[in-house]
Ligand binder design. Sequence first.
Ligand code: SF4
Length: 325
Amino acid sequence: MAVKVGIPRALFYFYYYPLWKSFLENLGARVVVSPPTNKRIMDAGVKKAVDEACLPVKVYYGHVLELVGSVDLLFAPRLISVEKRAYICPKFMGLPDMIRSNIDGLPPMMDTTIDVSRKSKNLHKGVQEMGRFLSKSPRKITRAWEKALEKHEVFLGLTYSGFLPHEAIEIMEGGCRKVETMGDDSLKIALLGHGYNIYDEHISMNIVRNLKNMGVRVVTPDILPPEVTEAEAAKLPKRMFWTLGKRMLGGVLHYIHDSDVDGIIYVAAFGCGPDSMIADLSERFVRRHKKIPFMLLTLDEHSGEAGVLTRLEAFVDMLTWRGVS
Ligand code: SF4
């Protein structure tokens, strides 16, 4: 019988799920994903996580709890860096340890360290180490990874064509709901923030769907090819060493000069250090370079959809009013 590997539907799920799923399946595993975030999952995570954790990490706990008892292995890599000279938030480094110390009854964890900040060959090492949980053959692991990279390319291709990452995942999983909700072009809003906050419908209080229902076309830095965000981020006086922070600042600089963007919304998570800095920098860039309306939305486990919706409606009304005046 196939080994059941659980993937929590949180954090880097929104950036790498097709890659991870394909890799694990190519090695003969059966992938089990936790359900989309809901109140029960969030509440369970909030209860288990340390108080200092940011909102998406608390949600991650909830997803792990959801998988405990129903899978043979838990996929929880220790992500340090996914590109040279840039890092993932330190909270990711300690994630497997935090989970271990707070959650009982965990299955064995696939918690291989991925750190390519200095040497890209570390990725090969990490992939082999991860693959050994499911196969003894290095060649089979390499082939599984190569095939998974092809899937990742398809995923990236969809995002660069305008689908947001959660929509691209849904399309690749055979869904079509998102295709009919791409939003029209009457207003265009750039959404900034960590993808695992924006694309998780429960955390973000359905921000993408609500904006699209108002006829807004939603764009994010994740749908821009990396050469665009990298070139913009390279103009910063200091190098941004967080991978996602770099992408966001590159994105905001790009969208500032995109004459089609009517407004910018930054979605920040309560308890996120990087957000407090990147949101502030983003707002300063917007104010300095162009008078595009900017709104900061800070979300926590107590946020209510009605309150968020009211703020979105007011923002969109103001943009519409500006457009016709
Ligand atoms: S970047 Fe912010 S939201 Fe993301 S894991 Fe780190 S602290 Fe949490």
